[in-house]
Design a protein around this ligand. Structure first.
Ligand code: SF4
Ligand code: SF4
Length: 397
């Protein structure tokens, strides 16, 4: 005779999941339309129906150990076709939102990133750091770059006159980068540890080399955004794919420019590589300047496409929450403050140029320093999970 299985639902977990974006999960009546409708859910490991019942029953251990949460690309097709308005896409997204918060235990940033209430602190930290740098630099240069104690240097607008790279901006961002890398290391380690013991949702085959899997995931899936071509309805597949690709290649372009500057500045003139040593501001014909402009343009195009898409979502089918808008808002702020700094600098409007550059530094800090707790963290976490389960020999990913 079959044994009865007593289920101990974690009610607090259900409430947290609803607050993180899965508020309609109770409406699900397990028809499985969503798993059939999902274009990328494999036949032998389907989702998101099983996640809906696990969420309703408060089976936290099952959900936390479920790699499929990270395979979902949030296209919303399952929610469009759900006959009960249970919004399975939102549930998958809510699980990821909870992971951003909880993967690195003890961090206050995860709590601040939960709702708009944390925004003043998230903004205030870099605002104070860069304001102190500004005031300090003005004080020590009193009578030099500054006239009559003004906070604004005279002469040609060069942001580095206030935010001098060597002693101010570079050390801050070096520390931020180390902090983010260590945080991601901890988060990925915890994530893999949480999915490693489970096997019930995986059909495992022959193990593969993890490095080969990582390269496959990066070059065959993430950079070409191949899953986006399969996921979503016909009308919006392309706009999602192009919007995301513009963003990622915009970021890559700007990261290359920053990296070349950094090496050129700190390493100096390297024989044969003199071109990486650059005096700022660069002329518009410099290849790095051109790459920076292309990167900025890609960011603006990608942001416009993704913002229009998100604004156009039917709230009865798919909702947007603070995690979605924080990311879009901060990337907009980085792109616009970068573009306007250049505009005001060229127009020689010193006060506006320095103020907007200050805001640019604040928003870049908000984008990078909180990365492991923001929605953009999925770039690292999803890559890690897909790589791991492929290396373990999961047949369908
Ligand atoms: S989420 Fe909707 S489509 Fe999926 S099983 Fe539940 S009721 Fe059916
Ligand atoms: S949002 Fe898209 S990818 Fe995610 S489960 Fe639904 S249909 Fe599948």
């Amino acid at each position: 005779m079959a044994q009865a299985l007593r289920i101990e639902p974690d009610v607090q977990f259900i409430r947290e999941l609803q607050a993180a974006g899965g508020e309609s999960l109770k409406k699900c009546y397990q028809c499985a339309t969503c798993s059939v409708a999902c274009p990328i859910s494999p036949a032998n490991d389907p989702y998101p129906r099983k996640e809906m019942i696990w969420a309703q029953w408060g089976l936290k251990d099952k959900l936390v150990a479920d790699p499929d949460v990270w395979l979902c690309h949030n296209c919303g097709q399952c929610s469009d076709l759900c006959p009960r308005g249970a919004k399975p896409a939102d549930l998958m997204s809510a699980m990821r939102n909870m992971a951003y918060r909880n993967l690195i235990p003890g961090s206050a940033i995860g709590k601040w990133m939960q709702s708009p209430k944390g925004l003043p602190v998230l903004f205030g930290i870099p605002a104070v750091i860069f304001a102190l740098i500004w005031v300090f630099m003005a004080a020590i240069n009193f009578g030099g770059w500054y006239e009559g104690g003004s906070l604004f240097p005279t002469g040609r607008v060069v942001p580095g006159k206030i935010f001098y790279g060597d002693y101010t901006v570079d050390p801050v961002f070096i520390l931020v980068t180390v902090f983010v890398v260590l945080s991601f290391y901890k988060g990925v380690k915890n994530l893999i540890a949480s999915i490693a013991p489970q096997g019930t949702t995986m059909v495992l085959g022959k193990k593969k080399n993890i490095l080969v899997c990582l390269l496959e995931v990066i070059f065959l899936e993430i950079l070409p955004h191949s899953k986006f071509a399969e996921c979503g309805d016909a009308g919006e597949k392309n706009s999602r794919k192009i919007g995301h690709m513009c963003l990622i290649f915009g970021f890559i372009s700007l990261a290359v420019v920053t990296g070349v500057f950094f090496v050129g500045h700190w390493v100096g003139r390297i024989p044969g590589l003199e071109f990486i040593y650059m005096e700022v501001p660069l002329p518009f014909t410099n290849p790095m300047k051109i790459l920076a402009q292309v990167g900025m343009l890609l960011l603006l195009v990608g942001l416009t496409m993704l913002t229009v898409r998100r604004k156009g979502l039917d709230p009865a089918k798919q909702s947007s929450n603070f995690y979605d808008w924080y990311l879009i808002g901060v990337i907009w702020a980085v792109a616009l403050t970068g573009a306007f700094t250049q505009f005001f600098r060229l127009a020689d409007w010193a006060v506006l140029a320095y103020l907007v550059y200050y805001l640019h530094l604040v928003t870049v800090f908000m984008l990078i320093a909180y990365l492991p707790w923001s929605k953009l963290g999925h770039l690292v976490y999803r890559t890690a999970v897909i790589t791991y389960i492929r290396s373990m020999g999961r047949k369908a990913v």
